[in-house]
Design a protein around this ligand. Structure first.
Ligand SMILES: [Zn+2]
Length: 1106
């Protein structure tokens, strides 16, 4: 049949609208219906566009207003209207315009005994309800009551009517007023009872699953308000639903009901605030000048787009003599008045985004080089940070006699360990370097067993404090042993016990050190339906409150109140460097709710955790729920595990963090936060751990910790071990952080072959490479990558030597020491995201950014802007490693602003490093890189250094917390070895620039608009939307706001239902007739006829065999 032509269609429509002859109207309806049924939905949409809805509505009004409506006309009219209405989004308004909605309602009232007509009316009403105001009007006119009467308890009759009534009832909830009406007038409990009835009587046969599903869907919509959720709870709905869903889980036919029920239960679970006094961090820090701790003034940015550069800070420090510097921040914080922290929405130091909305689309803005915010005469102070430019290298002649460091440096680094055995040249990070003789003096007595290692093979280096402190401070180690009450090998150490003050010292795990495990760590397999299982357990909490212990066993703000020694529960602590755990509540015997502390001077950024747990039994599965996470999704849903450190394992010679935890999932929970800026939703990260040893002390963390102390220890090792005849290694303090901690700056280059003018001249003219990391304290992976870079640059690898001879490296490995010490995730002590402060950093509030930028200004002022700048970060939502860079051309392209970019000249030198990394680094993913300059990133290091300093190769390097989904490490989680390896590879990739020719530094597109060979470019690489999730949707929904798993209104099933409703001229059905049909259906089945359809009226409808 041909598609309707415009003329023919209009003819048919005018018959509908104006013809008084019933027969002609019915004929027109039949023709229309056949035309529509024969084609695709496009025919419907064409009909709608030509006024089809209005014509059918008018025909309906005309027919319904007659004194004795002709059902033979009404039914096909209603049927056509149901089909058209389900596809016309504006059908509700159109119906209201001609008064069809109330007429249909009246028709329904009159047709209660005529199930076919009633059913058709219900479909039509449902479509009208797509308009909220029409739904409201219907509600006001008693529609709910009429429709609800048609939702019968379990029956085998008129099931099509029942289903249509449920769907129409659901439609009424488009009006919020109807939602309130449902709660007030008891419809919610009525629906619940109906659902229970249908479930109970249909649970075995599952022959009416669509009805049960429709009831659940209806309940979902009916419980949109707090009052209606309460109504459901008040009638025991949660228990009932849990009971029903458990039988659906085991029944294949009803499995489609499970997800809907689980979502409904989660939705109705009573919301409760996170059980802490205040969302504000337990740490506050009085800001200089009485300023209020702030927020960056970046409006409207959710964490979805903040990944590159924001996390927050809390604080946590030490009181041990050896850690004066660490302690300083804590003392200041603890001295602060916790109440003094109102959030200033306009926060100091923020960037003004208004008026800059054109950055992504305006080439001039992209190319504009903002004026420096620093007067030239302020830059002289930075000469001291470039000793390589004025050092005379006279000590070269005397070999190793160069003094270890300047006085200034010594005062900044703090106490020195007097002795430091000459270390072998640092090995390649991936290499199986020899033992350093550093960490484990008892190793001789008890040779450690190295899992997977070859016999006789030496363990790799441990990373931690002990590598430089252990030998000089055995009493400290012994103190630790006592503190941890561990019955461990090597107990001879315990004879040196001394009191070890506990507050905010480095954790044992950091002190003792870390050796990466030798085995691969595959991503965790997600147990099917693990989330469902956890949600069921959560629901049991309110169903069986008597089983819930609900006892605080740790509270950072009131430690004395929680001393569960000897009781049957785990003990927790987080009062150590980088620790983060605010409160722990024992829920069940082996289950704990953990609450994270917000960043200092903030109420947000709950993500990083690091805590100690002890008092465990072995071989018992403990469930941990971190209940106040903020992000809407997490790599914990995609194979990532937290990390665990066992003190007993460490003392037995296997010190190290390992991935641990089973039954891991991440989902929205029923808690809400009262004061956060990022909305009130909370998410649960849940995981279970079975500890290997009885009475162990273990640490659990979000990711491999890397503390400020660890960094200091590492720098000390490097300082003591580099070959000073070859490596110029100079450590200084860039400045003090807001909390008074030194921010180290390391200069690495090759020593000149002699101190002849030629050699010194060559050295001083080497291009600069500036590397920074850990502006976001929760991104400890960035520190491990930086560690790899430092190790490599100091190593005797020939490539490292070549790099040192080619470049001067300026490395600032920890831009936010206060945040790291305090266990923050995103911010500094000022409560600001420091990677939002690069535009105009405040010298007092963001000193490390202010002075890093000052150093860059200084380099630029002497014509030495770096060849490469890279800021190392961690990315919590993506896998692999990748770079963000800056390209004006790619930005304009991506923005779709219409600016022609084909002829635009741009130096594509920014692509060299990513391309080189693609070749050398197995964990690197070129496809994940992006070179778009986003407006929201205008004040980040990468963009500011590119725009203001004219550094062509300005990058953010992102490291996954999880693992890789491509390349050599596909399917594996990253360990510290892979992170360090990436740091080494990044340095290696810099040699690709050297090969190309060492262009003068500071090329800026504005000045050298040279388009290199386009064939050499990355233009064909996939430009991703940088911040969209890489991951497929979770098998189980993380959120539960939407109603999932319910077929849409325009589903084809409605059409077939409608067609089945029209197959007989019989209006009413008789029981006996139905029985007759049943019998014939059974016969048909027994004869192998399977395509029979039976209308609910009991009359055989058109099937292929009839
Ligand atoms: Zn970051």
């Amino acid at each position: 049949m041909a598609a309707p032509t415009g003329g023919g269609l209009h003819g048919l429509l005018s018959v509908l609208q104006s013809c008084e002859d019933t027969k002609s109207t019915i004929s027109a309806l039949n023709v229309l219906d056949e035309l529509l049924s024969a084609g695709t939905d496009r025919r419907f949409f064409y009909l709608i566009s030509q006024g089809g809805s209005e014509a059918v509505l008018q025909a309906l009004v005309k027919a319904a207003r007659t004194s004795a409506p002709d059902r033979g006309l009404l039914l096909p009219l209603l049927h056509l209207l149901a089909k058209v209405g389900s596809r016309d989004r504006r059908i509700g308004e159109k119906a209201a315009a001609v008064g069809a909605e109330l007429l249909t309602l009246t028709l329904l009232k009159k047709s209660m005994e005529h199930s076919r007509t009633a059913t058709a009316c219900l479909w039509v009403l449902r479509s009208f309800c797509s308009s909220a105001s029409t739904a409201a009007l219907l509600g006001e006119n008693g529609c709910m009551d009429i429709v609800f009467k048609l939702i019968a308890p379990h029956t085998t009759k008129h099931t099509r009517t029942v289903k249509a009534a449920i769907d129409a009832f659901a439609g009424l909830f488009h009006s919020k007023a109807n939602g309130r009406r449902a709660a007030a007038e008891g419809y919610v409990s009525g629906l619940l009872m109906l659902y229970e009835d249908w479930h109970r009587k249909d649970a075995l046969e599952n022959s009416h699953v669509p009805i049960r599903r429709a009831l659940l869907h209806c309940l979902h919509l009916a419980t949109g308000s707090r009052a209606s959720s309460a109504a459901l709870l008040g009638t025991g709905g949660l228990g009932l639903l849990l009971h029903t869903v458990q039988s659906c889980v085991s029944s294949e036919g009803a499995s489609c009901l499970v997800e809907l029920t689980v979502q409904l239960m989660r939705k109705c679970y009573p919301q409760t605030p996170v059980p802490i006094i205040s969302e504000r961090s337990a740490y506050s820090f009085p800001l200089p000048g009485g300023r209020t701790p702030g927020s960056e003034a970046v409006p409207g940015h959710t964490d979805e787009i903040l990944e590159e550069d924001s996390e927050d800070d809390t604080e946590n420090c030490s009181s041990h003599d050896n850690y004066k510097l660490l302690r300083r921040a804590l003392v200041l914080i603890l001295a602060g008045d916790p109440s003094n922290g109102q959030i200033n929405k306009d926060g100091a130091g923020g960037s003004d985004w208004r008026g800059k909305l054109d950055l992504e689309t305006d080439l001039d803005r992209l190319r504009m080089r903002p004026e420096p915010h620093r007067a030239r005469d302020q830059l002289g102070q930075y000469i001291r940070l470039c000793p390589e430019l004025h050092h005379d290298f006279q000590d070269l002649d005397s070999g190793l006699e160069k003094e270890e460091s300047s006085d200034e440096e010594a005062s900044l680094i703090g106490e020195r360990i007097p002795e430091g055995g000459k270390r072998e040249a640092p090995s390649h990070p991936k290499g199986k370097g020899g033992p350093d003789g550093l960490a484990f003096p008892w190793k001789k007595e008890t040779p450690p067993v190295w899992g997977g290692g070859l016999p006789g093979e030496d363990p790799p280096k441990a990373v931690g404090f002990l590598s430089c402190r252990l030998r000089s401070e055995p009493e400290k180690v012994a103190g630790l042993l006592q503190r941890h009450r561990a019955s461990v090998p090597g107990q001879n150490l315990r004879q040196h016990l001394s009191a070890f003050t506990s507050l905010s010292t480095p954790a044992f795990s950091d002190l003792w050190g870390h050796l990466p495990p030798r085995r691969e760590e595959p991503m965790a397999e997600r147990t099917p339906s693990v989330q469902r299982k956890k949600v069921f357990e959560d629901i049991q909490r309110i169903l069986c409150p008597e089983d819930i212990i609900n006892k605080a066993v740790f509270d950072l703000e009131d430690v004395s109140s929680c001393s569960p020694n000897g009781s049957d529960c785990l003990q927790f602590d987080s009062r150590f460097e980088s620790g983060n755990l605010r409160k722990v509540i024992q829920v069940r015997r082996h289950e704990y709710d953990l609450i994270l502390n917000a960043d200092a001077n903030s109420s947000d950024h709950h993500q990083w955790f690091y805590f100690e747990v002890s008092g465990m039994q072995s071989h018992v599965s403990y469930r941990f729920n971190v209940i106040n996470c903020e992000k809407a999704n997490s790599q914990f849903n995609y194979g990532m595990q937290p990390v665990l450190y066992s003190v007993r394992e460490a003392l037995e010679g296997r010190p190290g963090w390992v991935r641990a935890g089973t039954e891991i999932c991440y989902y929205r929970n029923h808690f809400f936060r009262r004061g956060g800026r990022k909305g009130s939703a909370c998410y649960t990260l849940t995981f279970s751990v079975t500890f290997q040893h009885e009475e162990d002390v273990c640490y659990l963390a979000y990711h491999y910790p890397y503390t400020y102390s660890t960094l200091q220890a590492h720098l000390q090792i490097l300082r003591q071990s580099v070959d000073r005849r070859k490596v110029f290694f100079w450590e200084q303090s860039l400045c003090s952080s807001l909390g008074g901690n030194s921010c180290p700056l390391v200069t690495i280059t090759a020593c000149p072959a002699s101190h002849s003018w030629t050699h010194l001249h060559q050295l001083r003219n080497r291009p600069y490479v500036v590397l920074t990391a850990r502006v976001h304290p929760g991104e400890s992976n960035a520190s491990w990558v930086m560690r790899g870079s430092l190790e490599f640059l100091c190593s005797d690898d020939p490539a490292a030597q070549a790099l040192r001879e080619a470049y001067i490296f300026k490395v600032i490995p920890m831009l936010n020491p206060d945040g790291v010490i305090s266990g923050s995730h995103r911010c500094s002590l000022s409560g600001m995201d420091l990677n939002r402060q690069w535009g105009k950093p405040d010298a007092t509030l963001s000193p490390t950014i202010y002075h890093t930028k000052g150093l860059l200004y200084y380099l630029a002022s002497v014509g030495r802007s770096p060849l490469v700048f890279c800021d190392y970060h961690g990315h919590s939502r993506k896998k692999n490693f990748f770079l963000y860079g800056c390209s004006a051309k790619e930005t304009l392209q991506k923005s779709g602003c219409g600016v022609p970019v084909t002829g635009l000249q741009e130096d594509v030198g920014y692509q060299t490093i990513p391309q080189a990394l693609d070749g050398v680094a197995p964990a690197f993913s070129l496809g994940s890189c992006s070179f778009v300059v986003e407006r929201s990133r205008e004040a980040t290091a990468r963009v500011v250094v590119w725009r203001e300093m004219g550094v062509l190769r300005s990058y953010t390097m992102e490291s996954t917390y999880n693992g890789c989904n491509q390349g050599l490490y596909k399917g594996l989680q990253v360990g510290t070895q892979e992170l360090e390896e990436m740091g080494a590879h990044f340095c290696q990739s810099l040699l690709s620039l050297k090969k190309r020719s060492l262009a003068p530094s500071g090329i800026h597109i504005q000045h050298t608009p040279v388009l290199l060979d386009p064939g050499d470019s990355l233009q064909d690489h996939k430009i991703h939307n940088t911040f969209e999730d890489d991951e497929p949707p979770c098998a189980e929904r993380i959120e539960y706001c939407g109603v999932s798993g319910y077929p849409d209104h325009t589903d084809d099933s409605l059409d077939s239902e409608v067609d089945a409703n029209v197959s007989s001229s019989e209006e009413e059905e008789e029981d006996e007739e139905e029985e007759k049909i049943r019998g014939s259906k059974q016969r048909a089945n027994s004869e192998g006829i399977t395509h029979l359809e039976v209308s609910h009226g009991g009359v055989l409808s058109r099937g292929p065999f009839l």
